[in-house]
Design a protein around this ligand. Structure first.
Ligand code: NAP
Length: 481
């Protein structure tokens, strides 16, 4: 299978924070890969902007090194052709310096996009200056990164700051989980097949579990992470988005507002989470490994590096079906998956000795992106009817052949969507606010109760209480492996 590459329109892309970690690790290497795949037109121009003094040659060297380190396979002549598209301007988001240089670089008649790869506290300054220098036109786009606020009030404030100069259809709030191939496949599987949708409801589905497990700790991001925690850093955005795609009603069309309207309805239908349906954890240290509190400034930090919870969606489709979510750092394996676990058959013709069996549709985001369907079959061989569950496994890399490796990664795809003007995979302002409105009472409750996260061993599956959360319901988490 050969992946089709459709070039985008000519564009000027300005990356504020072009010297930062995200730009060097993700944005520029991703843009290089889109260039080498042929998706970027000849006339595309990429302008990096930050305060550091640097000339074009210095910036190109910086990005050449970044592509070397983070860009995967590369072709030297392609890299130098890509670097020729880059230039650098020294701009202070909060000051006056550099803005006229930026103005002089912008061209008419091409798509203008501005990537705010800087701290959210600078969003307002950038929006203001783009406007006052006449750089942003009515069809310009801005891309903003997470975290989009740290609660409902700050998210509203950020939305307000951006709305002063940009319409909602110009604002692209990135959640890179939405750019993952498998996440989009979730929509293809649900809405492109007749097979699943009739069963996709509380009548047939016992429960859904969403897991995003990381092996890394907070490492060098300790001081940032300690002010955030797993709930703000992962649940409010990434897990919530996965939940929406699994639970939403079929939109009438695959267009941005139709999809986002349905996602918003899911978030608004989420029940508040009961305190006893949520478990927070924090990884502890051992003789040879540092714990969470060694990575952050406060030795008494009560920030969670793990959270597991049970929630419900109060609507006709899902009433009674629990959704279990969990995410954490320093866990046994790096794995992200959504498991849709079906109910048992209403009656077993094979008798009680056949045991209990449930089909599960598992959508794996990482590693080995793909989809598995657990099906119950007869254990081969003589000796009566014994049943076992076996996976029907579709690993995309195997099913689709070597060209699947050319599929763009999340950032690449999303940046190309910005240029195309397609907002389907970006969060709308009201979605983000609704997600905070659901998350805030949980976090406020912890603060009011001085809740202390449960310790868990690095390399484990999380705190024991999280296992109990499902055991109490007669269910169990899938292995983190
Ligand atoms: P970073 O490494 O600290 O980079 C910040 C960038 O902003 C630098 O290029 C810095 O360059 C520039 N900058 C700072 N103050 C400025 C000013 N007054 N005017 C113009 N430029 C200024 O941060 P990052 O990790 O790349 O993150 C950028 C944004 O992406 C943040 O909002 C972060 O939360 C978000 N994000 C990052 C990641 C990640 O993996 N890194 C993941 C998700 C989201 P100068 O100092 O030279 O000005």
């Amino acid at each position: 299978m050969v992946s089709r590459v459709i070039p985008v329109d000519p564009f000027d892309l300005v990356i504020f924070g072009g010297t930062g970690d995200l730009a060097r690790r993700k944005i520029l290497p991703g843009l290089y890969r889109r260039f080498s795949s042929g998706q970027m037109p000849e006339t595309a121009q990429i302008i990096a902007a930050a305060r550091s003094e640097m000339d074009d040659a210095g910036y190109r060297q910086m990005i050449s090194d970044a592509i070397d380190e983070f860009g995967g396979d590369m072709d030297k002549s392609q890299v130098s052709a890509f670097l020729a598209k880059l230039s650098y301007v020294c701009v202070d988001a909060k000051g006056t310096s550099g803005w006229n240089d930026l103005v002089s670089k912008m061209r008419d008649g091409v798509v203008r996009a501005f990537y705010f790869s800087v701290a959210p506290s600078l969003f307002g300054d950038l929006a203001e200056r783009l406007h006052s220098h006449g750089i942003a036109s009515a069809d310009s786009r801005i891309v903003v990164e997470k975290p989009f606020g740290r609660d409902l009030a700050t998210a509203k404030e950020l939305n307000g700051v951006l709305a002063k100069h940009f319409n909602e259809d110009q604002i692209y709030r990135i959640d890179h989980y939405l750019g993952k191939e498998t996440v989009q496949n979730l929509m293809a599987v649900r809405f492109g097949n007749m097979l699943f949708e009739p069963l996709w409801n509380a009548q047939y589905i016992d429960h859904i579990q969403i897991t995003v497990a990381e092996t890394v700790g907070v490492g060098g991001r300790g001081s940032y992470y300690d002010k955030s925690g797993a709930m703000r850093d992962m649940v409010q955005n990434h897990l919530m988005q996965l939940l929406c795609l699994i639970a939403m009603e079929p939109p009438a069309k695959f267009d941005p507002d139709a999809v986002r309207d349905e996602k918003l309805k899911v978030i608004r239908a989420l029940d508040p989470v009961q305190p006893h349906h949520i478990v927070r954890g924090q990884y502890s240290g051992s003789d040879d490994q540092q714990g969470y509190r060694d990575h952050v400034e406060s030795p008494r930090s009560r920030t969670e590096s793990y959270v597991a919870m049970k929630t419900h969606i109060s609507n006709w489709r899902w009433a009674g079906t629990p959704f279990y979510l969990r995410t954490g750092k320093r866990l046994r394996a790096r794995t992200s998956e959504i498991a849709v676990v079906f109910k048992e058959t209403p009656h077993s013709i094979f008798g009680p000795e056949a045991g209990s069996h449930r089909n599960a549709l598992v959508i794996r985001l990482q590693p080995d992106e793909g989809i598995t369907m657990d099906v119950t079959i007869k254990e081969p061989g003589p000796g009566g009817m014994r049943l076992i569950d076996v996976p029907l496994d579709m690993t995309f890399a195997e099913a689709l052949g070597p060209d699947v490796e050319d599929v763009p990664d999340a950032y690449e795809r999303l940046i190309m969507d910005v240029i195309r003007g397609n907002q389907t995979l970006f969060m709308r302002g009201d979605e983000v606010e609704a997600a905070w409105a659901w998350t805030d009472p949980i976090i406020n409750g912890w603060e009011a109760r001085n809740d202390v996260p449960k310790p868990y061993d690095s390399g484990s599956a999380g705190p024991d209480d999280a296992l109990m959360l499902m055991h109490r319901d007669g269910r169990k988490w899938r292995e983190v492996r």
